[in-house]
Design a protein around this ligand. Sequence first.
Ligand SMILES: NC(=O)c1ccc[n+]([C@@H]2O[C@H](COP(=O)([O-])OP(=O)(O)OC[C@H]3O[C@@H](n4cnc5c(N)ncnc54)[C@H](OP(=O)(O)O)[C@@H]3O)[C@@H](O)[C@H]2O)c1
Length: 327
Amino acid sequence: MNTIKSSGIVRIERPGPPNVLKYEDITLALPGPGEVLINQKAIGINFLDVFQRNGTFPMDTYPAPLGCEASGVVESVGTGVTGFAAGDRVAYPLSNGAYAEKRLLKASEIFKLPADISHDQAASVMVKGITAHMLIKKSHRLKAGEVVLIHAMTGGVGTLLSDWARSIGAIVIGTVGSAAKKQLALQRGFEHVINLQSENFVDAVTTVTDGRGLDVVYDGIGETTFQKSVDLVKEGGSAVLYGWASGMPVVDMERIGKRKIQYVRPAVFEHYADRTEVDAALAEIFDLVRNGVFDLQKPTIYPLSEAAKAHADLESRKTTGSVILRP
Ligand SMILES: NC(=O)c1ccc[n+]([C@@H]2O[C@H](COP(=O)([O-])OP(=O)(O)OC[C@H]3O[C@@H](n4cnc5c(N)ncnc54)[C@H](OP(=O)(O)O)[C@@H]3O)[C@@H](O)[C@H]2O)c1
């Protein structure tokens, strides 16, 4: 079989702490029928990758490659591929195995990256933007004037979610995990920012809402915040649990039911299983980049070979915004 010379990849032999992420060289086959070989330029890191690495979400087989989104340039195409050629700028949001210098993918899994979107922008906004799209358009259709609590508002998803919620005209209250993150959110023009380390978020939200409660909480933290967040939602509002960075919370369905709150636990992989849904969401997301709604900070960039350090920093709440691996 024709092969290309070695290409770097990061994978895990077994679930565990960040140091199970090993950078190694592998030999790749040339693209087979229907496949493209992509020279990757920017790889998005998501908290999902942490869960796959630590075994919260076990992989089907080991050694397992990680990561699901990247942007790059087509190096060569296999037989039968139409619509893509060497040199095309392409990206993909949801194909497992992205932590690699080069990778083979089915042509049906990639799309052409618009000329005015950079590789770093694509890797910063695809999965996190689709998640924000799901939360704002499907989990609880956010409207102008509604009061929304966004936890981890300076995180990857949280940054895009709070920018988008504000642009719709919602009143955004956000939480962060440090004084430096609070400063960052204030600099981005958010008025109601709560530092979880030094402030009681229940009291702070009650003060901002004058005790009237929230229309919706979007909670990606889970165990340490969710139950208290539910108590802040007004009757008929929504409690959206979309992640559990601090652990899975106990959800008191009886209490939720009595207060007529919609409890939603959405998953991108379910809502965007269909390619047309993904394409439509990405078109909206790239428009939000173009028109400046997403105030994209410079992403934090780690060399691909330092994926373990990137995971350790994301997991220990050191990062803000989007985090990228550079092959
Ligand atoms: N449902 C879905 O389909 C879906 C899709 C994508 C992502 N997600 C979820 O969305 C959430 C955000 O993902 P992301 O990739 O953008 O990550 P991220 O928000 O950049 O990082 C996680 C943030 O959670 C906060 N956090 C609070 N307690 C924590 C703890 N004990 N350990 C670690 N972090 C803690 C930290 O922010 P502070 O320090 O400011 O509190 C941290 O920066 C994750 O829960 C992820 O699983 C869900």
